[in-house]
Design a protein around this ligand. Sequence first.
Ligand SMILES: C[S@@+](CC[C@H](N)C(=O)[O-])C[C@H]1O[C@@H](n2cnc3c(N)ncnc32)[C@H](O)[C@@H]1O
Length: 269
Amino acid sequence: MTTAPGGGRYGEAVFRPEQAGEGERIDFGALAYDDITMARLRALGAGPGWRCLDVGAGTGTVSGRLLDEAGVTSVLAVDRDVRFLTERPGLDVLEADITAPDAVRGRFRLVHARFVLMHLPEHERLVAALAGLVAPGGVLVLSDAVDLTSDRAPGTPYTTVIRAMWQGLRATIGTDVSWVPSYPQLLRGAGLGSVAAEIHVPPLQPGSPISRFWADTWERSRAAMRATGLVDDAALDEAVRYLASEECAALSAGMLTVWGRKAGEEPSR
Ligand SMILES: C[S@@+](CC[C@H](N)C(=O)[O-])C[C@H]1O[C@@H](n2cnc3c(N)ncnc32)[C@H](O)[C@@H]1O
């Protein structure tokens, strides 16, 4: 189980939704990853007739694109704070803590969660709970971050700060990406079949959505990162400048997406 040593939670000490600019920060992440996510969801068959669940839906970009581009029948968008989500035909919004028992009821042809479980305790139990919400023949699709700063990664300003970020988030809100590469086995363990996974690493180019996402994320996690003792304000400022400059030559954290199918007949459309 991954709990923060201080017992903090996502959206409290860090990434508070009421803090100005938090919706924009999530949108920078969405801009970096939505096309990849949508391509995978459509390749898995998301389309007309599908009833979908988007867990930790954030600003609702994936929920909206499922409706507008894939033409799914409905999406239930769930988040612990739904201020960035607006109901519309086909889109239902539910404010709920997904870690609570029976937070969501029903069965869905697609259950999707992106950059959510890495921030939560008891990821193994949550994978099983989300698998339980998949209808027979339906698919569970989960995406989270993979840290690519191995011991041999060159010591750039980016590398130093991203390491401090993971350590600081772990200490304050329990974020843990160390288990993310074991997702395929976790989905098999939850009883799903045809399990497969892929990783996308967006290019860190000056002014790109992913570079702006990291700069915003560091700004919001400054205190947690300084508390690690690995960085100070000067190192953080230098890393933000580095990301925005042509000097930048580093590998972003990637997004691992894993999927698996539940046995049984697909409901007729
Ligand atoms: C990093 S954002 C990702 C948003 C969206 N999935 C995306 O990829 O653009 C994490 C989201 O998970 C939500 N979240 C965090 N803990 C949650 C919980 N216990 N139950 C439901 N939602 C939660 C946050 O409020 C936030 O909207």
